[in-house]
Design a protein around this ligand. Structure first.
Ligand code: ASP
Length: 590
C-alpha cells in the first residue's frame, strides 16, 4: 500500500511550492459552492489551505467535491497557484495561494458534528468534554498543546543540559501523608490491601538521592482525591525536581535559569534575574497572601496605631482582643459616594463583616461614615501609619484578627486591581516566597500538622523554640499571584525526621509502619538534598492566558471530576468486585 506522500502541511504551503504539484491531507473546514467552482478550506494542525475544484482541472474531483461536508477527511493533489488579488486573504499565512485540485480521495466521512468548531468555545463544557477530540481540532486548542509540548521539551532540554536524569517512578505506590486524600487501588493478589496513587513522587525522588542519582527530574503525573474545587483536577502534571548536595542558594537560581531558558525559547524574552524574594511574613503583611500578585502595588498597611485611643466601639472591641486594623490606600482616582459605598458590599463578598472608607479632602477635611468620631489629630495619626496621604486619597480599612483581616484585605486588593484595570496585560511577574512556618495548628483535629510536608527540613535552631515559631526551609515560586510551584530542602537525618513525625502527633509505631523505609534509608548514607515541583498545567494556563487548567489538559475531567467522554468513574461487575475481595455497602448498590 502506498503512503500518503504528503508533500507539506496545509498551513506551511509557501512560495517554494508555487506552480508545483503537491499532496496535502486534512479535514474539510469549510466548503463554499460558487456555482461552477467549489472552494474548500482544508485544515490540518498547521493551519488552513484553500482548495479550488474546477471542472476544467478535473471533472471527477469536482463531482466528488459536491459530496464533501464539514470534517470529512480527505487527501488531494494539485497545483499551487497564486490567488487573484481580489480573493487574497491577508489573515491567513497561506492566503495568497490556492490549490487547483486535480485528484481527491475521501479518507473518511463525518456525520454532522454535535457542535461546529466555531461554536465549540461557547457550548456547554460537558458537551465539549464528551467530544473532546472535536474540541481539540480547533486551531486555538492545537496552538495551546503545541505550546505545552514546546515548554516541556525546553524543560527537558535545559535539565538534561544541566546533568539531570529523567526518571519514571511508580504510579502504584503507598499511602503517604502529603496533605491531600489519595486514590486507592485494590490489589487482587493481596486481597484487602491497597496501593495508593501518588500525590507526588516525593519519597521516590528523595530515595533516588539516597541512590546517588544526584539530579532527578520527572514530568510527573500526580493524583489527589480532593473535593472538587473550582480549578482542581484529580490528576495533574508537575515538573518534579530533586538534587543532592544543595542549599536554597543552589536550587532557586537553577529554577530561575530554567524559567529563563523556557521564556527565551518560547517568547524570545530575557526575563530579568534573580526573581524578587520575600519571606512568608513579609508577603502576608503586605499582600494578605502567601502568593502575592506583584504586578501592581496597593500594599496593605497597618493602621492600628492610628486608632489606639479610638472610642469607635467596633474598632475598640477588635483592638482590645488583640486584633488589628489594616488599610488599602488608593490615590489618584475619582470616586463617587456610591463607588465608595459599593466597596462595602464587595468587601462583604470578600468575607469582611464591614469596611470603613475615608476620603481625604483639601484643608484636612475627612469624609467618612465615622468622620464625626475622629479626633482632631487623626490626619496626623493615620499619616504616621500610612504615608503620602494627600487630598484625593481614599483609605479602606478592615478590622479583625490579624490573619482574617489581612486575608480579606488581600482579596479586596485583587478585586480592586481587577475592577480598576491595575494590571497591565502580558506581564510575567515571578517571585519567591520563603521562610514558611513549618507547622500549623489544626483547630479541628486539635493537633499540630505540617505546612509543606513532613519531609521538609526545619530551619536551624528549631529544637529550642516554640513549635508555632519553627520555620521551614521551604520556598514557593509565584507567577502573577498564582503559586506555580514549591519545594524545600529535606530532612536527611533519621533523628530529625523522627522528631518531626513526633511533633505532628505521629506515634513511633505509626511512623515506623508507614515510613520505616525512609527512616532506615536516612541511617544508610542519605545525602543532604532538596527539590521542588512546578505545576505544568498552571504554568501553561498562565502562558496561554486561559483561566482554567482544563483548557490546557488534553482530556480533563469536569469540575465534578467526571469524564463525560469515557463516562468514568464507572461501575464494575460483581465478578470483578469478587476478584478483589470487595463488597459494596448495600446503600451504594443499585
Ligand atoms: N512534592 C511537593 C509537591 O508536590 C513538591 C516538593 O516538595 O518538591 O508539592
Amino acid at each position: 500500500m502506498q503512503g500518503f506522500q504528503r508533500t507539506v502541511s496545509c498551513g506551511l504551503v509557501n512560495e517554494t511550492f508555487l506552480n508545483k504539484t503537491i499532496h496535502i491531507c486534512g479535514w474539510v473546514n469549510k466548503r463554499r459552492d460558487h456555482g461552477g467552482l467549489i472552494f474548500i478550506d482544508l485544515r490540518d494542525r498547521s493551519g488552513l489551505m484553500q482548495l479550488v475544484f474546477n471542472p476544467a482541472f478535473s471533472t471527477a474531483a469536482h463531482t466528488t467535491a459536491h459530496s464533501l461536508r464539514s470534517e470529512f477527511v480527505i487527501t488531494v493533489s494539485g497545483k499551487v497557484v497564486e490567488r487573484t488579488s481580489d480573493t487574497v486573504n491577508k489573515d491567513l499565512p497561506t492566503g495568497i495561494w490556492e490549490l487547483q485540485v486535480e485528484s481527491i480521495e475521501i479518507l473518511n466521512k463525518s456525520k454532522v458534528l454535535p457542535f461546529t468548531l466555531e461554536e465549540a468555545a461557547d457550548v456547554d463544557e460537558e458537551l465539549r468534554l464528551k467530544y473532546r477530540y472535536i474540541d481539540l481540532r480547533r486551531i486555538e486548542m492545537q496552538e495551546r498543546f503545541k505550546l505545552r509540548h514546546n515548554v516541556i521539551f525546553a524543560m527537558r532540554e535545559f535539565l538534561a543540559g544541566q546533568g539531570f536524569y529523567e526518571f519514571e517512578t511508580p504510579i502504584l505506590t503507598k499511602n503517604t501523608p502529603e496533605g491531600a486524600r489519595e486514590f486507592i487501588v485494590p490489589s487482587r493478589i493481596y486481597p484487602g490491601n491497597f496501593y495508593a496513587l501518588p500525590q507526588s513522587p516525593q519519597l521516590y525522588k528523595q530515595l533516588l538521592m539516597a541512590s546517588g542519582m544526584e539530579k532527578y527530574f520527572q514530568i510527573a503525573r500526580c493524583f489527589r482525591d480532593e473535593d472538587s474545587r473550582t480549578d482542581r483536577q484529580p490528576e495533574f502534571t508537575q515538573l518534579d525536581i530533586e538534587m543532592s548536595f544543595i542549599n536554597e542558594a543552589d536550587i532557586q537560581p537553577l529554577i530561575e535559569k530554567l524559567i529563563h531558558f523556557v521564556w527565551k525559547k518560547i517568547y524570545n524574552i530575557e526575563l530579568p534575574l534573580p526573581f524578587p524574594r520575600m519571606t512568608y511574613k513579609e508577603a502576608f503583611s503586605s499582600y494578605g497572601s502567601d502568593k502575592p500578585d506583584l504586578r501592581f502595588g496597593l500594599k496593605i498597611q497597618d493602621a492600628s496605631s492610628a486608632f489606639a485611643k479610638t472610642e469607635l466601639s467596633f474598632l475598640r472591641a477588635v483592638l482590645d482582643k488583640g486584633g488589628r486594623i489594616g488599610g488599602l490606600h488608593v490615590e489618584n482616582r475619582e470616586w463617587s459616594r456610591s463607588d465608595l459605598d459599593g466597596w462595602v458590599d464587595k468587601a462583604t463578598d470578600c468575607g469582611a463583616k464591614g469596611l470603613l472608607w475615608m476620603r481625604f479632602k483639601e484643608d484636612g477635611v475627612i469624609e467618612s461614615p465615622v468622620s464625626k468620631f475622629l479626633p482632631a489629630t487623626f490626619l496626623h495619626d493615620i499619616s504616621a501609619c500610612i504615608p503620602n496621604i494627600k487630598p484625593g486619597s481614599v483609605i479602606f480599612l478592615v478590622a479583625g484578627a490579624y490573619k482574617d483581616a489581612w486575608e480579606i484585605l488581600g482579596r479586596l486588593r485583587l478585586a480592586m486591581a481587577k475592577e480598576y484595570n491595575l494590571i497591565a496585560p502580558n506581564q510575567f511577574n515571578f517571585s519567591w516566597v520563603t521562610d514558611f512556618p513549618m507547622f500549623e495548628y489544626d483547630e479541628k483535629a486539635k493537633q499540630w500538622t505540617f505546612v509543606h510536608h513532613p519531609f521538609t527540613s526545619p530551619q536551624p535552631g528549631w529544637e529550642s523554640i516554640a513549635q508555632g515559631d519553627v520555620q521551614a526551609r521551604a520556598y514557593d515560586i509565584i507567577l502573577n499571584g498564582v503559586e506555580l510551584g514549591g519545594g524545600s530542602i529535606r530532612i536527611h537525618d533519621s533523628a530529625a525526621q523522627a522528631k518531626v513525625f513526633d511533633m505532628i502527633g505521629l506515634s513511633k509505631e505509626d511512623a515506623l509502619s508507614r515510613f520505616g523505609f525512609l527512616l532506615e534509608a536516612q541511617e544508610l548514607g542519605f545525602p543532604p538534598h532538596g527539590g521542588l515541583a512546578i505545576g505544568i498545567d498552571r504554568l501553561i494556563m498562565l502562558m496561554t492566558g486561559t483561566t482554567s487548567i482544563r483548557e490546557v489538559i488534553a482530556f480533563p475531567k469536569t469540575q465534578r471530576f467526571h469524564d463525560p467522554m469515557m463516562e468514568s468513574p464507572s461501575k464494575v461487575t460483581d465478578a470483578q468486585l469478587k476478584d478483589y475481595g470487595l463488597k459494596l455497602q448495600a446503600k451504594i448498590q443499585q
